[in-house]
Each structure stands twice: as C-alpha cells, then as structure tokens.
Design a protein around this ligand. Structure first.
Ligand SMILES: Cc1cc2nc3c(=O)[nH]c(=O)nc-3n(C[C@H](O)[C@H](O)[C@H](O)COP(=O)(O)OP(=O)(O)OC[C@H]3O[C@@H](n4cnc5c(N)ncnc54)[C@H](O)[C@@H]3O)c2cc1C
Length: 459
C-alpha cells in the first residue's frame, strides 16, 4: 500500500491521527509545532490516554504528540516543598520517589498508577484525597509550555502569589487547547503522621448520603469520603476480594489523617454520625495492608464493572452534597425509565457523582438509551444546582452540553480567550466549546496538507 492509500485509510478511521510523534524534549515539540502550523495540521497532546471525555481523540486527524518519554524528575527541593518534573511523568511515580523522604504529591486520581502529571494538569484532575487537599489546580506553581508559534515559555514560578494575570490558572484545565505542557513545578507535602481508614456500612444509599452531608456539616473535612453502592460493592468484591460487604446497600470509605493527637476524637465523632444515620457497622483498618486493601477495591471499581456488562459509560456530574439523596434517587428512576443498570461509586464528599451506565452495545437501541439517560443525568445535576463535570472535563463528549450551564455570551468570552492564547486554533481543535461546524469542514484540506507535510519522512 502506498503512502497516499495508507493516509486515506487512516483518515477514514474516526479519530485517527495522521502522525504520532513521541518527543524527548520541549525543543523537539517546538519544531513539530512549527511544522504542523506551517501545514495547518491539528496538534493533539496526549499523556497516558486515560481521559474519560474523548479529550485525546484527534477529530481533525493531524499530529498527536505523546508526552510519555518526558518523564524525568528534574529537581526535588524538600526545603521549599517543590518538585520540577517532566509532563509525561506518571502521577504515582512522583509520590513513590518522594516516599523515602516522607513526602508525597497530593492529587490522586483513581488512574494515578497510569495517568501523567501533564494530563492531570490539562484536565485539572481530582481524586479521592482532593476533598481535603484540593484538586490539581491547588498544587501547581509553574509550567513550561510550548505555544502554537513554537515558542517555549515558563508561566508562574516558585514564588507564590506572583503579580499579573494568572496564566498558570488559565492553562490548568484547558485540555490541551492552549499549549503543550512540557514541565511542571508542583507542590509536595509531608506525609501525615497518621492515617486511619474507616468503612461505614449502610443498608441504603439514602442513609449513607445523609451521613456524608452530616459529617461535613459537623465541620469535619476527612482526607477522603467516597461512596460505593450495592452494585459496585458486589462487582468489586467478586473481582478483587478485598473484604467489602456484598449484602450492604452502600458503604462510605472514609479516611482521616494528620497529627496523631485528635484522631481518636475525630474517629469517634464520625462513628457517632454514621450511627445516627443507621450505619450498621464501622470497620477500622488495623494495618497498613488492610488500609491498602480497602483502597485497592475503590481504585479498581471501574474495571470491576467490566464483569457486569460488556460496555459501560461513566458519567461525571457534580451537585451540592446536600442534594445527593435526591439526585441518587432520581438516577435510579432514570435507570428504570431506560431499562438500564446504573452503578454508583464516587467522591461523595465533593458531591462528585460517577453514575456508570452498564449496557451491551450489541443490543439494538442500547446506545441511544444510554446517551439519553446520560443527558438526563447531567440535566438533573444542573437542575440540582450542580454542573456537568466534576473532574473528567468536557473534551468532545460534553461539548454540546456546555449551553446547559453557559450562556452564548459566556461561551463567546471563552472563545476570545482561546483565540488570544492559541491564535491558530490548531491545539486540540473541536473540543470544549461548541463550534457549530464539523471538524471535517473546519479542516477540509487536512489530508492533502498532511501528505505535503510528510515529505520523505513517512515511516
Ligand atoms: C480507572 C480510571 C480512574 C480515573 N479516576 C479519576 C479521578 O479520580 N479523578 C479524575 O479527575 N480523573 C480520573 N480519571 C480520568 C483521567 O485519568 C484523568 O483525566 C487524567 O488526568 C488524564 O491523564 P492522562 O495522562 O491520561 O491524560 P490524557 O487522557 O492523555 O489527556 C487528557 C487531556 O489532557 C490533554 N493533555 C494531556 N497531556 C497534556 C500535556 N502535556 N499538555 C497539554 N495537554 C495535555 C489531552 O489533549 C486531553 O485533552 C480516571 C480514569 C480512569 C481510566
């Protein structure tokens, strides 16, 4: 097959890039960006590809830049509690590198064993421990970025509270549309003196949800406050054998940490609140291994659902946590309406829901039912005073739902910001902001330009 035929075949695959580049440094990325711009090719940055909103799908073909080789830890400054790392570094590798000196990197998405620091920043990822520690945005001090003219710049820096516009803040959560993050300066924290992990067992999701609100209302901010419902509990236990109760309606996985002094009182208080909402048992992990087992279950909840159905669609909405009982009951109603099974495990303390819609794509009409149910869940979150994404971002998946929370004027301002930072519009096009035309229309000459750009470089 010749080059033209291969490229045509690639272009026919939905979401396939024309080129994949795996650079080792920012200078190489700069050269690729300049070349891509010369030939008007879209550029899609990619970390580990664990994103859940289609953010790395190259809708306009073009060049995909994988950051996975740029995983160096350049410097760790324990005194000032800062680390400078390559964007392709896997999140957990940073905490593992810090552990021996008693430090860690706090943002811990469930994907932390695979996802990259750069991807976490581009998505402004959360995670179980972001309830107390804050999401990724709270832990980034500075960024090295390649702009769409190929220029390599640093924004932010070690000194906190720098004057001027918060350009670091603008790039965080921009999902690859503003520039390519190549290095990050991130905060590191000392490991807490003691950590306790509790499992509060309830007969119903409703009781567990009320306990979540009551714990926060009592002025307690646990390090983590996660919920798993009955369907998720059974799926996890069958797959992972971590000791979760399979006859419960819901559990709360609660972690408290900090100075040893005071943790006993906190644990008692949480136990009392859970009992007030008819928790039938409060288990406390007695060893480090027992704690790790409880978390292993939670962190494998998503893959465990694969045992229940051949396909699942994970939703990501956010509501004020006091609305959890109402919203979870309504999700059950939506599941019945569309004859679907929906499993819930989520960051309950943040009100960040992850209804997982289980289905079989081979069944006629299943896909349409799932899409309708997903949209109704998001509308439900918005109606409850919440929003359409708690942490997974917008990407291509939720672009059309942006008008549920933003006016035309809001979206217009976002477009202006995007055009100011990325005038060419080539970074991750056709994502986040609805654009009114298909990507194929916007990049109609893309294929011939790709061929011109490839020259003799085809491999
Ligand atoms: C099992 C599982 C559990 C998860 N749990 C959580 C969770 O608890 N919390 C949470 O928030 N998310 C979670 N996620 C979603 C996902 O892991 C996060 O969004 C993560 O931050 C993506 O990182 P990544 O390296 O895989 O990025 P990718 O998926 O490769 O990219 C994500 C987005 O960032 C852009 N991007 C990537 N790297 C760069 C870069 N260097 N410069 C500029 N843009 C870039 C991409 O273009 C894309 O738009 C989970 C996913 C899975 C599969």
């Amino acid at each position: 097959m010749n080059k033209l035929a291969i490229t045509r075949a690639l272009a026919n695959i939905v979401g396939a890039p024309f080129f994949v580049v795996i650079p080792e440094n920012a200078e190489q990325i700069s050269q690729v960006v300049k070349l891509a711009r010369e030939h008007h090719l879209a550029i899609v940055p990619r970390g580990a590809g664990t994103g859940l909103c289609g953010g790395t799908t190259p809708l306009a073909g073009g060049v995909m830049i994988s950051l996975t080789r740029m995983k160096k830890i350049f410097a760790i400054d324990y005194e000032n509690r800062v680390a400078r790392v390559g964007a392709g570094l896997v999140n957990l590798d940073l905490s593992n590198a810090l552990a021996a000196r008693g430090f860690f990197y706090a943002p811990d998405p469930g994907s932390q064993a695979a996802s990259t620091i750069g991807g976490n920043i581009a998505a402004n990822s959360g995670g179980p421990h972001c309830l107390a520690y804050g999401v990724t945005a709270n832990h980034v001090l500075g960024l090295e970025i390649v702009l769409d003219n190929g220029e390599i710049v640093w924004v932010g820096g070690e000194a906190p509270g720098a004057p001027g516009y918060d350009l670091v803040g603008a790039v965080i959560g921009s999902e690859g549309t503003f520039g390519i993050i190549t290095q990050a300066l991130v905060k590191i924290l000392p490991l807490p003196e003691e950590i306790r992990t509790l499992l509060a067992i309830f007969d119903s999701v409703e009781r567990a949800s009320h306990a979540v609100s009551a714990i926060i209302a009592a002025g307690i901010i646990p390090a983590a406050l996660e919920m798993l419902d009955a369907i998720s509990l059974r799926a996890v236990e069958n797959a992972m054998h971590v000791g979760y109760p399979t006859d419960a309606g819901a559990v709360l996985l609660i972690e408290i940490d900090g100075a040893r002094e005071g943790l006993d009182e906190l644990q008692t208080l949480i136990g009392d609140i859970c009992r007030e909402f008819e928790s039938r048992e409060l288990r406390v992990a007695q060893t480090k291994d027992a704690r790790a087992e409880l978390w292993r279950g939670r962190k494998h909840a998503l893959p465990a659902l694969g045992r229940l159905a051949p396909n699942y669609y994970i939703q990501d909405g956010c509501v004020p946590r006091s609305k959890l009982p109402h919203v979870l009951a309504e999700i059950e109603t939506i599941a019945k309406k569309y004859d679907l099974v929906i499993a819930n495990f989520f960051h309950a303390g943040d009100g960040n829901l992850h209804p997982n819609i289980l289905f079989d794509l081979r069944q006629a009409g299943a896909y349409e039912r799932v899409i309708h149910a997903g949209k109704e869940i998001l509308q439900l979150c918005v109606d409850a005073g919440g929003t359409i994404s708690g942490e997974h971002g917008i990407g291509m998946e939720k672009m059309e739902y942006m008008p549920l929370i933003f006016s035309d004027a809001d979206l217009g301002e976002m477009k202006k910001l995007r055009a100011a930072i990325c005038p060419s519009g080539l970074f991750n096009p056709c994502k986040i902001i609805p654009h009114g035309a298909s990507c194929a229309e916007l990049f109609s000459n893309n294929l011939s330009r790709a061929l011109a750009a490839s020259g003799d470089m085809w491999i």
